[in-house]
Structure formats: C-alpha cells, structure tokens
Design a protein around this ligand. Structure first.
Ligand SMILES: *Cc1c(COP(=O)(O)O)cnc(C)c1O
Length: 457
C-alpha cells in the first residue's frame, strides 16, 4: 500500500474535531503537531490547513462498532489503514481459536519467558509497614522482573511476533521508551527469525544506554529519533506505513487503534490469571488489592483484567507524578489529562488548551507517554479502578527500600506502585492480601539512580 504524506500525518495526528451534521458524524479536523488539517466539506477527503482555535472535543468514529471501552478506544485512522487493521484483527482472532498457536505460545511462555512468575511474599517489606500494634497488610510481589528480558514486555512481544510470522511478515517495526519493549521485541524476533527495527528517542538512548546495547546485541537495527518515546512512536508508525505489506508494527502496550489495545491486554492477562491461581492455591481466596504502575497500562491491565468482574478486588493504578502534579512536569495522564485522540484511539491525554501534546515526564522512562490505555480510561470513568500518583522522589525512595529490605532491584516504573504502599498500607485492615506487580527489574536504572542527586537514603 502506498504511503502518502497525508495518510502519515493523519495517523500521527492526535486530535480529531467533529461537528454533527444532521444524523451523521463527520470528521472535521485533525491536529498534527503544530498544524491543523481541516476537512473543508463534510465527507470530502479534501484537507486544508487552518489556524488553530480551541477545538471542541467530542467523539468521532470511522468504525464505531469495535474496540470500544465505553466511549474510549476505537480506530481513529485514515481509511487506508482500516483494511490493514481488519486483517490484523482477523489473524489475532484466528490465533486465539487455533489450538496449535495456543500450544506454541504456552511452550514459549514456559520455556523461553520463564513463566509462571512467582508470587513472592515480601516479608520484610510487610513488617516494615506494620503499625505499632503489629498490624498491617501482607504484601506480595508478582515477579514479572524475573521474566526473560527483565520485564512483562516479553509476554506480549513473543505472542505478537508469532502473529507477525503467521501473517507472513518478514520484518517487525517497534518503538521503545525505556528500551524494555525494544529488548523484548528484539529477543522475540531473534528467536523467530524475523528482522527487527527499533525506533528510540535520543533522550531515552542517553538515559537507558544498557538497553540500547542489548537491542543491538540481539540483532535489531536501532533507529534514533530526536526526542523521546512519543517521537520514536510517531516515526516508527511513519516508517511502518511505508512498508505495511511486508512488515508488522509490534505495539508495546495497550494503546493505538483497535485491535491493538485488546490484543496486548489479552497477551498480558496471563499475569492476572496466574495470580488468581497462585492466590487460590496459597490462601484459598482472591487477593483483596491489586497494585500496579501505569505508563500506558499493559502491566496494570495484565494484572487487573482477570479480576475486573470481581467487585471485591480493589484495582489500583499508580501514575508518575514526576516533579509533582502542580509542576506540570509529570506523566499522570489519567489524573490530569483530558479526553482526546492520539495514535489512533480515544483516551485520556496530556494536552494543552489548544489540543497540543504536553511532554510527559517521569523518572520511570517507561511511564512517559502522553496517552494511556482506553480500557483504563474507561475503568477510571466507571470507578471500577482507582488511580493515584507517585513522584520521582517517592519512586526513587521505594526503589532503594525494596533493594535494602528484600534484595530485589525493581524497575523505576514499578517503584511507583511500590511507593504508593506508603499511603495505602496504613488504611488497610490487618492481613489484607496486597499483590504488587513488580513489572520489571531495575538493573537498567542503576546508573540513573546514582547520577540522581537524591541517591542517599
Ligand atoms: C514499559 C514498562 C512499564 C510501563 O508500561 P505499561 O504498559 O504501563 O506496563 C512499566 N514497567 C516496566 C518494567 C516497563 O518496562
């Protein structure tokens, strides 16, 4: 499929403004970086440039029927992409029903990824949070840090690489922030004999240099892009759109147009399924609280999804408050964002008055994304899940605390969830079973920690 400039701009545009005309909803405009492209007549594909005025954000849809979580999600993409997404969806659904695919995936998860991951009782951390009467919750860590590559990312990367192969694609394109998704994708591609190109922002390359080296070692071509993860994602999408027929875009988290959020969630939900089984075996009942950090939402949903229907299980997501919510320098999309469209889906989004993206910031580089999972956006609106934030400093403290108390080095991303234990634990009844998703290991963050001015405890 030919990739023209307009198509590319439309895909990376993050906001679509709609005006209702009679009974039909028409896309009126797409904001692309600093420009706004406006449809001059409803229904035409003719786009003209316009000056930006404060847009009226409403839902708009090109395919309302699928991939919706309440008002969130959808497929906000140009028509030329619809076929491609439909093909992917068909392949994903057929893989789900294919027992051979499921068996191959189960083997890979067991022998390659190292599943199941342990549900570890953090005894000293539990004691640390006991009150003066010796009461407090019991804290367990779901050890995704022990997965191959050091994070939950591989659960999804290996499964999608298998889908790419089923579709006959020879190369895989992906974007990475902290580099965990890049490493997981590069590893999965090496295992399956696929070519792999990873786009990474120059800022992130400096911060997460060990992962950059690992990706190269695993045989991936790494393309540097000025900026950070959001810039790398846009560039990776542009690149992929030029080679759609032979390459596969491997999403790292539960964002993007349908079926991406559902597909990634499906592949990550193994985390919650194992947690239920392990909890039942060990305690004979479900955990009472599930806690996970939220970047774009895949490790959180991976843990939560299995329990969404169990209303007696609290689901708590923790976003990066960076230098503090009031500083404006954070990645708390659910806490502080407004609804908008970005990279093909409707979700909460960090944007300014004019609908331009606000740069996210977190010391957990993997949390820096202006959008967030449409499904988590929905769980926020319905009140099914609760969302809080932890600052850079709180995450750094939690990182070091886990190192000292348990001898486990958590990723700075996961440290945001751990940091929230400070506020959560005093509010919980004695013996409450809390499962924290330890989404990854923090070896990659050691240099950053020691370069950081707050490294003393
Ligand atoms: C990528 C990453 C995250 C953030 O991504 P989610 O999609 O929110 O899970 C969190 N923790 C680790 C260790 C990561 O690598």
């Amino acid at each position: 499929m030919a990739c023209n400039m307009r198509t590319r701009d439309l895909l990376t545009g993050h906001l679509i403004v709609k005006r209702r005309t009679g009974d039909s909803s028409v896309v009126r405009a797409v904001v692309v970086d600093r420009n706004i492209l406006v449809k001059n007549t409803p229904g035409s594909s003719n786009l003209i440039m316009k000056t930006l005025t404060k847009p009226q954000v409403e839902t708009v849809d090109m395919d309302v029927s699928k991939g919706r979580f309440g008002r969130f999600g959808g497929k906000y993409v140009p028509e030329s992409l619809i076929t491609c997404l439909a093909e992917l969806e068909a392949e994903f659904n057929s893989a789900l029903r294919d027992t051979a695919f499921q068996a191959e995936l189960a083997t890979a998860l067991r022998d390659y990824v190292g599943r199941e991951t342990p549900l570890y009782f953090a005894e000293r951390l539990t004691n640390y949070y006991k009150n003066s009467k010796g009461e407090g919750p019991e804290i367990y860590l779901k050890r995704e840090d022990l997965s191959h590559g050091g994070a939950h990312k591989i659960n999804n990367a290996i499964a999608q690489a298998m889908i790419a192969k089923r579709m006959g694609r020879k190369c895989v394109v992906a974007a990475t922030g902290a580099g965990q998704h890049g490493v997981a994708t590069a590893a999965a591609c090496a295992k399956l004999g696929l070519e792999c190109t990873i786009f990474m922002g120059t800022k992130d390359m400096q911060k997460q240099s060990s992962n950059l080296r690992l990706m190269k070692l695993l045989g991936a071509t790494v393309e540097s892009v000025d900026g950070n993860f959001k810039d790398a994602s846009s560039e990776a999408l542009r690149d992929w759109m030029g080679t759609m027929e032979s390459s596969y875009y491997l999403t790292g988290t539960v964002v993007g147009p349908h079926p991406h959020p559902s597909m990634v969630r499906e592949f990550q939900s193994v985390i919650g399924k194992e947690t239920r089984r392990q909890a039942m075996e060990r305690w004979g009942h479900k955990p009472e609280v599930l806690l996970a950090c939220v970047g774009s939402g895949s490790n959180a949903l991976g843990l939560f999804h299995e329990f969404v229907k169990d209303k007696d299980v609290r689901l708590i997501g923790v976003e990066g408050a960076g230098f503090g919510l009031e500083s404006g320098s954070h990645s708390a999309t659910l806490a502080r964002g407004d609804v908008g469209v970005y990279h093909g889906a409707l979700s909460y989004l960090l944007q300014d008055e004019e609908g331009q993206i606000v740069e996210p910031h977190s010391i957990g580089v993997g949390l820096e994304y202006p959008g967030v999972s449409p499904e988590l956006s929905y769980l926020k609106d319905t009140g099914r899940a609760e969302f809080y934030t932890a600052t850079d400093q709180e995450a750094l403290d939690a990182y070091q605390l886990l190192c000292r108390l348990e001898g486990i080095i958590p990723a700075l991303e996961a440290s945001h969830a751990l940091a929230f234990l400070n506020k959560l634990c005093p509010t919980l009844p004695d013996g409450t079973k809390v499962v924290v998703n330890c989404s990854g290991r923090g070896d990659k963050d050691v240099e950053m920690l020691f370069n950081h001015k707050f490294h003393s405890m």
